[in-house]
Write a protein that binds this ligand. Structure first.
Ligand code: APR
Ligand code: ZN
Length: 247
């Protein structure tokens, strides 16, 4: 039985699937991941990217933070005439179809690009928030990603307050309601598919330990340190793999 046939058989036999994903789910949409050789963390900047994406850097270097944030995290999500907006790929679309068919109960993602929802997924636990949500720190008014992208320097609300993206920066805590929802979904799943993530960032990566079933499937281009505990491991491009499956 080929890998694809095996994966199809596992999916056919499950009606409570949960997907746990990371940046590797969006690379086939043109959004680089972080730790691959062509990822964001291997590009050269004045400061290390992990530093620039930290709460303390946001507080002490707001101008530089927004320069990096617009160019590296927002550009591909908002799009410009020169840089096309990232669209959901076969991986996002297949997961939305599985949910529509009542087979998948939730997507748990570390991504902040909103592509699962654009593909039609309804239950999406965004562990690290979303660039599509931005709030004024003074009056809590919501602001769009386009507004942030098209503003200069530190984006300001009409009330004079700073606008901050609803993105979990390093040193910041995750939203407890989102964590609880993700843990509940993973704990109840009969099949957990982990895809496109290096599983090195906590507490997000630790959530997969709440899975109690025997159908832990890992689909990742590179090996991860969880390969040994997965029931099935597929190394390859997740969009390509999912495009060969049917609901
Ligand atoms: N198909 C399958 N796997 C892929 C693909 C693809 N098309 N493209 C990349 N990958 C794999 C890479 O092999 C890598 O192991 O996806 C993984 C991406 O790992 P990271 O770049 O570390 O991204 P992620 O795991 O999401 O990082 C977690 O780190 O910087 C923080 O907050 C950020 O949410 C992010 C967190
Ligand atoms: Zn305001």
């Amino acid at each position: 039985m080929s890998d694809i046939e095996k994966l199809q058989e596992l999916i056919d036999g499950s009606n409570n699937i949960v997907f746990f994903g990371g940046a590797g789910v969006s690379t086939e949409s043109g959004i680089p991941d972080f730790r691959s050789v062509d990822g964001l963390y291997h590009q050269k900047f004045k400061y290390p990217p992990e530093t620039m994406l930290s709460h303390s850097f946001y507080v002490t270097h707001k101008e530089e933070f927004y320069e990096f944030y617009r160019d590296k995290l927002l550009l591909k999500v908002v799009g410009t005439p020169e840089v096309p907006k990232a669209e959901p790929n076969a991986a996002h679309k297949f997961l939305a179809e599985l949910e529509e068919a009542g087979k998948l109960k939730a997507v748990v993602t570390q991504n902040i690009d909103g592509l699962h929802q654009s593909a039609g997924s309804k239950v999406v636990y965004e562990l690290h928030g979303s660039v599509l949500r931005n709030f004024c720190l003074s009056c809590h008014k919501q602001h769009s990603a386009e507004e942030i992208f098209n503003s200069q320097g530190v984006p300001k609300c009409a009330c004079g307050g700073d606008i901050k993206p609803d993105v979990v920066l390093y040193e910041e805590g995750l939203d407890m309601d989102v964590m609880q929802g993700a843990i509940r979904a993973i704990s109840n799943a009969d099949m957990l598919i982990i895809g496109g993530t290096s599983l090195v960032v906590y507490p997000a990566a630790g959530l997969v330990d709440y899975y109690r079933g025997k159908k832990l499937v890992l689909i990742n281009r590179d090996p991860t340190d969880r390969d040994s505990v997965a029931d099935y491991v597929f190394h390859g491009k997740i969009g390509e793999i999912f495009s060969q499956l049917h609901v």
